[in-house]
Write a protein that binds this ligand. Structure first.
Ligand SMILES: C[S@@+](CC[C@H](N)C(=O)[O-])C[C@H]1O[C@@H](n2cnc3c(N)ncnc32)[C@H](O)[C@@H]1O
Length: 216
């Protein structure tokens, strides 16, 4: 049964529309179910649920206990047995080597410092299997908030600011062409850099960089 945004919010406390990111849906054209998928920074878990319902074995990581409790309640009520949820810091987590067929990391690298994102990226490249897929998005230099912060706030690292109000305390805005360059050693299946509608429906659009790529 499909529930409206308000019903889901009343039942589970979801703050965000509980629907998969457009790039998660797009990625289904490339990836195979029954495979091991890691959802890094799963948040309330809309993508984890989407991939689990499409037959993936999902490991979902986040350090926000409230978001994870909402995902747990939804998972239990809907008897979804193929999501394993862990509360951990995704930057320092001990990722198994060459283990996952797919890594999904949506709007998480931008919720930390640039140096932390680049350290996380090294871990992601190591935990993905040969021929495995990475699905990733970050806010970028085109974001209206980046333009505002650049004028009014102090950078704590390149293109990184302390956030004034949001779930995450830090925001890194990835540079022009940077996401594509970081995956030069991968086969790029899809790339987008520009303004896109805000999936959380809080503002009209955001500057985003998206990638789907394959380890070759
Ligand atoms: C903007 S939300 C994105 C959530 C989800 N991926 C989505 O697309 O809706 C960023 C998520 O990353 C998580 N996060 C950020 N830094 C983290 C860290 N160091 N360890 C674990 N989770 C982290 C936050 O708790 C939050 O749930």
């Amino acid at each position: 049964m499909a529930f409206s945004k308000n019903e889901l919010s009343d039942m589970y406390g979801f703050e965000s529309p509980f629907k998969p990111d457009p790039i998660a849906k797009r990625a289904l054209n490339y990836i195979k179910n029954n495979n091991k998928l890691l959802d890094i920074g799963c948040g309330e878990g809309a993508d984890s649920v989407f991939f689990a319902k499409n037959g993936f074995q999902v490991d979902a990581l986040d350090n926000n206990a409230i978001y994870l409790s909402r995902l747990k309640a939804y998972k239990n009520d809907h008897q979804i047995s193929n999501i394993f949820i862990q509360n951990c810091d995704v930057i320092t987590y001990n990722y198994p080597k060459h283990y996952y067929d797919v890594v999904n990391c949506i709007l998480v690298g931008c919720c930390m410092r640039k140096s932390e994102f680049e350290s996380l990226l090294t871990s992601i490249k190591q935990t993905i299997k040969h021929n495995g897929f990475i699905i990733m998005s970050l806010r970028n230099y085109l974001d209206p908030e980046f333009i505002e912060y650049s004028l009014t706030e102090k950078m704590i690292e390149p293109n990184t600011f302390l956030k004034k109000d949001a779930c995450c305390k830090t925001r890194y805005y990835i540079e022009k062409n940077r996401l594509r360059d970081l995956f030069k050693d991968f086969e790029i299946l899809y790339y987008f850099e520009g303004l896109s509608p805000d999936k959380y429906e809080e503002t009209e659009h955001h500057g985003d960089s998206y990638i789907i790529c394959k380890k070759v």
